[in-house]
Design a protein around this ligand. Structure first.
Ligand SMILES: Nc1nc2c(ncn2[C@@H]2O[C@H](COP(=O)(O)OP(=O)(O)OP(=O)(O)O)[C@@H](O)[C@H]2O)c(=O)[nH]1
Ligand SMILES: [Mg+2]
Length: 457
């Protein structure tokens, strides 16, 4: 056990039904005995049991709140240490006063992620699972949440461990053949191990290939709405957001700043960004808006090019689409409630016909079809979100390095080189694997990972 006992408010800042303080470490039980006055007399403080009573100031004995407390004795607790949880009324002043008295009773303030770090250091979870806790807390979409949960449950770690285990088997074989080369004993056939290694590398490559989708689930997608002035970009944004977020007027050049809203579309987080209408302008502010619009669309995953169907398809519309040639572009032909001058079929030299959506922001028509189109092709055919995906860049890098070493090992086994060489490469591969689960992660890596957690987690 770590020597000091830590405490933090685990619930968000602000007023709520309840607010929870969490304490972890050797002194948890002692703190509970000193500060908690149970409603009914307790002879023995049972573990994992909810008690009702008061929290008092350790020095004056003044009642601070009526609470529920649970003591969870280690190792059967989140951190693996003795953990005390105090559920107070959710007033920040109450929580602060309880926190103060717990601090005075001998605990110290926890650093961000320190509870989870202790869970990791006490071998309750591996590093990939610890990272999943942070992802679970910060996930912005249903699919991102689902992936974090899979990772927390160890489904990702298990997939990775299967590959790791095969590498370890092959390495064991190679090391035996190094040790016994001079002796007259029969070794297992190398012909058996090479396919094992190749298979494992293939499985690893399959895991690696899921990263792009995994990252998309975790971070979400940005879709920038661009087009000439007055085509209805801001009106469209307001419809996508389901509320009035951007100013709409009949004056061209209304929008100057970027306006961003996050919307959950089929379990994916999509950030829609409204921009200034693109045109040549002699106005300083508008020119800056156009510059921002261009910059943002260059960074986006996807561009929604809005066209005014009642006016026509102009050279400027074509230029805006061509500027985004290297992106996925979905065309929204807006103002379908008015007589139309644009034939959607004429746009198919620029985008595929599924990517042309005719809609009316004014009448709220066609908006859902546009949303669906934006996330189409993002789920890789996995409608229910059951695939386990690699979502973390650190894991991807470690896995990629591990597989490269393993591939070098396979090649040198194939060409029949002495076993030292592939053995060395497989040791390297295993070293990279261990970084994912954290078996050999240094303090700097751990600090970097846990510092992005919230306090109290
Ligand atoms: N009839 C009709 N009018 C629309 C529709 N969508 C937007 N408008 C009108 O078109 C005008 C411009 O709308 P905005 O949403 O401000 O257009 P914008 O593209 O954001 O314009 P800028 O910010 O100036 O680039 C407003 O008068 C809207 O009411 C639509 O679907 N049908
Ligand atoms: Mg606008």
């Amino acid at each position: 056990m770590r020597e000091d006992t830590i405490v933090a408010i685990a619930t968000p800042v602000g007023t709520g039904g309840i607010g929870v303080l969490r304490v972890s470490g050797d002194r948890s039980e002692d703190i509970c005995r000193r500060l908690f006055k149970p409603r009914n007399t307790i002879t023995h403080l049972e573990t994992h049991r909810l008690y009702h009573g008061d929290i008092v100031d350790g020095e004056t004995g003044r009642v601070l709140d009526e609470v529920l407390v649970t003591l969870m004795r280690g190792p059967r607790s989140y951190t693996g240490e003795d953990v005390l949880e105090i559920s107070c009324h959710g007033n920040p002043l109450i929580l602060q006063s309880v926190l103060d008295t717990v601090l005075r009773a001998g605990a110290r303030s926890a650093e961000p992620g320190e509870f989870t770090k202790r869970a990791f250091l006490n071998n309750r979870i591996d590093l990939a699972q610890a990272e999943a806790v942070a992802d679970l807390v910060t996930a912005r979409s249903e699919r991102g949440m689902q992936q974090a949960l899979f990772a927390l449950k160890g489904r990702l770690s298990k997939k990775i461990r299967d590959v790791q285990a095969s590498f370890a088997d092959v390495l064991a074989f190679l090391e035996t053949s190094i040790d016994f080369t001079d002796e007259d004993i029969t070794l297992p056939d190398e012909g058996h191990y090479l396919p094992v290694l190749r298979d494992a590398v293939r499985s690893g490559r399959n895991i690696l290939a899921t990263y792009d989708r995994g990252a998309l689930y975790r971070k979400g997608l940005t879709a920038v709405i661009v087009g000439r002035p007055n085509v209805g970009k801001s009106s469209l944004l307001n419809r996508l957001a389901g509320e009035k977020r951007a100013i709409v007027t009949e004056i061209p050049g209304t929008t100057r700043d970027l306006i961003e809203v996050d919307v959950d579309v089929s379990g994916l987080s999509v950030r829609f960004i409204d921009t200034a209408g693109i045109r040549e302008s002699d106005q300083e502010i508008e020119r800056e808006g156009v510059r921002l619009a261009r910059m943002r669309s260059a960074e986006a995953d996807l561009v929604i090019a809005v066209i005014d169907g009642s006016e026509g398809f102009f050279e400027e519309d074509r230029r805006i689409m061509e500027d985004n040639r290297d992106k996925r572009v979905v065309v929204a032909i807006n103002k379908s409630d008015l007589p139309q001058k644009v034939d959607p079929a004429k746009l198919t030299d620029l985008v595929s016909d599924e990517d042309v959506i005719v809609l009316s922001a004014k009448l709220n028509r066609g908006i859902d079809r546009l949303k669906e189109r934006v996330v189409a092709e993002c789920d890789g055919g996995d409608r229910n979100g059951n695939d386990v995906l690699l979502t973390n860049l650190r894991h991807r890098e470690a896995l990629r390095e591990a597989l490269e070493s393993a591939e070098r090992a396979a090649r040198s086994m194939e060409t029949g080189e002495s076993p030292e060489l592939p053995a060395f490469e497989l040791q390297e591969a295993l070293r990279h694997f261990a970084l994912i689960t954290g078996e050999n992660a240094g303090d700097d890596v751990l600090d970097q990972i846990f510092s992005r957690f919230c306090i109290g987690k």
